[in-house]
Every structure is written in structure tokens, then in C-alpha cells.
Design a protein around this ligand. Structure first.
Ligand code: GTP
Ligand code: MG
Length: 169
């Protein structure tokens, strides 16, 4: 079985763990527990790819653990850059993370999917959909999706997109 490795990066509280748990177990937890580092081996079957194992690295977004980021970037190949649509600062942060990625990796060697999570919170939106689309274009034409871990919107599609990017190389 082919194995793929994906790394979720983004500010604290944007929903990286919620997205991961949705993928792994299909549930949503409303409580917030800041992550230090979580690693999963997910045995799955993806359309167009088939049975495969996806290693998911769910990283810490909060400042005190952000020093690990450089290591995740060096060791990673597919990155989900996650912000929350109700948090403009988190949108600025994914752009910074992308800059860091390009400083240590060439665009041909990486796959990036930009994710605007919490799209269920439309009434509290601080980042418009078109802004996400523009940012993704500037990230070497990366794919872009708005997701909701709470409602399940586009969560599996996001996961599939990341793995398919990797499978194509
Ligand atoms: P760190 O581990 O600190 O980096 O945070 P994180 O990015 O893993 O965030 P986490 O998944 O823990 O979610 C933070 C909070 O946002 C939790 O209370 C979640 O329940 C909530 N949350 C996550 N995704 C969504 C979403 O799609 N919609 C809504 N409304 N809330 C969400
Ligand atoms: Mg987390």
C-alpha cells in the first residue's frame, strides 16, 4: 500500500485538530485543547488513489510550540495551511508560513492546500472567499477550499485533494 505524509500547519485555534479528528473518526468536539503534537496513521481508501496509508501530523499552532515549525517544514512534503475565516490574523499567519516553506523547499517538491476553516461562522467572517482564492494563487497556484470541521463541509474533499496532489508526483 502506498503511504503519504501530510502536515497541518496554522495558527492556534483555527481547527487543525478538529479537521483531523473529523477525518479520522467523523466526530466534532466543540471544546478546545491546544495541541503539542499528534500523529496518526490513517488506513483509508481514496478515489483515484485506492487503498493507502496516510500519516497525518497535527501540529501546534500556539506560540510557545511554534519553534517546532521549521522542523515540520523540513520533514514535510504535503502541507495543509489552515486559517479560520473568522480570524484575520490567522490568514496573515498562513502567508508567513508559506514564505518559510519556500525558503527551505522548492515549489516542485511540495504540495500545498490552503484551507479556510470554520466557514459555518459566516456571520463572523473576517476573510472573504475571494481573498483565500487570491492567496492560494500566489502560493504557486495551490488548491483552495473552505471547510467546516463542525458541519463536515468539504472535510473529506480537502483530505482527498492533499493526497491526490502527492499521488500525482
Ligand atoms: P492548536 O492545536 O492550538 O494549534 O489549535 P487547532 O488549530 O488544532 O484548533 P482546534 O481544532 O483545537 O479548534 C479550536 C476551537 O475551534 C475548538 O473549540 C473547536 O471546536 C473549534 N472549531 C474547530 N473547527 C471549527 C469549525 O469548523 N467551526 C466552528 N464553529 N468551530 C470550530
Ligand atoms: Mg490542535
Amino acid at each position: 500500500k502506498p503511504e503519504f505524509k501530510v502536515t497541518l500547519l496554522g495558527a492556534g485555534g483555527v481547527g487543525k485538530s478538529a479537521l483531523t479528528l473529523r477525518i479520522i473518526s467523523g466526530v466534532f468536539t466543540p471544546t478546545y485543547n491546544p495541541t503539542i503534537e499528534d500523529y496518526y496513521r490513517h488506513d483509508t481508501n481514496i478515489d483515484g488513489v485506492g487503498p493507502c496509508i496516510v500519516e497525518i501530523l497535527d501540529t501546534a499552532g500556539t506560540e510557545q510550540f511554534a519553534s517546532m515549525r521549521q522542523l515540520y517544514i523540513s520533514n514535510g512534503q504535503a502541507f495543509a495551511l489552515v486559517y479560520a475565516v473568522d480570524d484575520r490574523a490567522s490568514f496573515e499567519e498562513v502567508k508567513e508560513i508559506y514564505q518559510h516553506i519556500t525558503e527551505s523547499k522548492s515549489p516542485q517538491n511540495i504540495s500545498v492546500v490552503l484551507i479556510g476553516n470554520k466557514c459555518d461562522l459566516d456571520d463572523r467572517r473576517e476573510v472573504e472567499t475571494w481573498e483565500g482564492q487570491e492567496a492560494a494563487k500566489e502560493m504557486c497556484n495551490s488548491q483552495f477550499l473552505e471547510t467546516s470541521a463542525k458541519e463536515g463541509t468539504h472535510v473529506f474533499k480537502f483530505f482527498e485533494t492533499l493526497v491526490m496532489c502527492l499521488d500525482g508526483r
